[in-house]
Design a protein around this ligand. Structure first.
Ligand code: IVH
Length: 413
């Protein structure tokens, strides 16, 4: 069947229009049309593609809607291993890192790029002639799962990258897929209403979603992504000289790159960046668990090399666990399957590290004694190992004079 000229014109126009609005909405955060107008465009596009399936193409915005079911994911070997970062926790460890970099780079000057460490899921994206061709999970670092169908539904991942002078025909982009804090709360609320799985935190929700075997379901979840590294193949004609330039190129190619980043000459400035964001993490729409510090020059990165697990040219600076203050309202005595009685604190609900917390574990009666807890106390809580919140300490200054001690039940509850 020959396809009428006007249909070809219409589909070309529709695709361009939809990708422009995708870019405005998902990358630039500045919507150009209403949701309804957008839906109408998409509906018409899918209508034409259903009528003329020969017009379907992998970079059509209609591919964002998903629908592909995969029995299992294929295993894919990474062209370049996906290393993880070694962690630092205190200033002194960053100074040690800097001393090692200084020693190993010899007498050369070097710069650091400081970024936020997004608490999500690492992914690798491959592009051929500008088209998104393969998306892989980190897996064990050597090989991961082919989750291309799922990643196509993530609107902030360009199906077609903008190409220009100097960009090789094939390249790889690495980044973090994550869910914003408010989107996560809404998503869990929706899950609760329909009796679906409730997720512990945004990272867990992003990881669980990427493993779904139905990309149509993935399309309905609010995944987004920040790109944090551009990789050229060894066979490319030109070489990327600096990580910072790579981030700028990614931005120009239409990827979402976190604007919170900086390039510094000295480790002291890097430390100031870390301290600043450790204090301001609450102000972000997404969760971070630290900062990442990378030597900027790719030549120097290669010179520094890597150990079996992590590169010597980069390091993570992990922030301390988030803490908030709330009120201890009452204590429940829970009887477990083995008959052991565990006290559980009921708290005034507060938002902490990705979810609303209204209960905390108290372990046992000794713990209540040790922490000197009274009913109505203001307490500091944090998430232990990310999941179950625990009470760190009591804010004694705020205790009411006649506060009641917590007493265990006399008989078995
Ligand atoms: S660079 C070899 N930059 O943190 C360097 N990683 O162990 C590779 N992450 O799971 C990572 N934000 O996915 C880098 N701005 C950022 C990051 C980042 C989050 C994750 C990464 C990996 C872990 C590092």
């Amino acid at each position: 069947m020959t396809i009428p000229r006007n249909i070809i014109d219409e589909i070309t126009k529709l695709r361009l229009e939809i990708s422009t609005h995708d870019d405005l909405y998902y990358i630039k955060n500045d919507p150009g049309i209403t949701d309804l107008e957008y839906d109408m465009l998409m509906k018409r596009l899918i209508e034409i593609e259903t009528l003329y399936p020969e017009l379907l193409s992998p970079d059509s915005p209609s591919q964002r809607v998903g629908g592909k079911i995969s029995k299992e994911f294929n295993n894919v070997r990474h062209k370049q291993v996906m290393l993880s970062l070694s962690n630092t926790y205190v200033r002194e460890e960053l100074l040690d890192f800097d001393r090692r970099v200084e020693q190993l780079t010899g007498s050369e000057d070097y710069k650091y790029v400081a970024e936020l460490k997004i608490d999500g899921v690492a992914i690798s994206l491959h592009y051929k002639e500008g088209l998104f061709s393969l998306g892989v999970t980190r897996g064990d670092g050597q090989q991961g799962d082919d989750i291309t169908a799922n990643l196509r539904t993530v609107r902030s991942i360009p199906l077609k990258a903008k190409l220009f002078e100097g960009i090789p025909e094939e390249f790889e982009v690495r980044g973090e897929v994550y869910i914003e804090k408010t989107a996560f709360l809404e998503m869990n609320k929706y899950q609760e209403e329909k009796g679906g799985k409730i997720f512990v935190n945004p990272r867990n929700a992003a990881a669980g979603t990427l493993k779904l075997q139905d990309s149509g379901m993935v399309a309905k979840r609010p995944l987004t992504m920040f790109a944090y590294s551009l990789i050229y193949p060894e066979t490319a004609n030109n070489k990327l000289s600096s990580h910072w330039k790579g981030l700028e190129l990614l931005d120009r190619m239409g990827f979402r790159v976190n604007p919170i980043r900086n390039i510094y000459d000295s480790i002291e400035d890097v430390i100031a960046f870390c301290n600043e964001w450790n204090g301001k993490r609450d102000t972000l729409h997404y969760e971070i668990d630290g900062a990442v510090i990378k030597v900027d020059s790719i030549n120097q990165q290669e010179k520094l090399g890597a150990t079996a697990k992590s590169p010597r040219w980069a390091v993570a600076f992990k922030f301390s666990a988030e803490q908030v203050e709330t009120k201890l309202e009452s204590v429940n005595w829970q009887v477990g399957r083995t008959g052991a009685v565990t006290p559980v604190a009921n708290l005034t609900p507060v938002f902490l590290a990705g979810s609303t917390v209204s209960r905390a574990t108290l372990h046992n009666v000794d713990e209540i004694e040790r922490k000197n807890l009274h009913l109505g106390d203001m307490v500091i809580i944090e998430k232990g190992g990310d999941i179950i919140p625990k009470i760190v300490e009591v804010v004694l200054e705020k205790r009411e004079i006649n506060a009641e001690k917590i007493t265990p039940p006399v008989g078995c509850p």
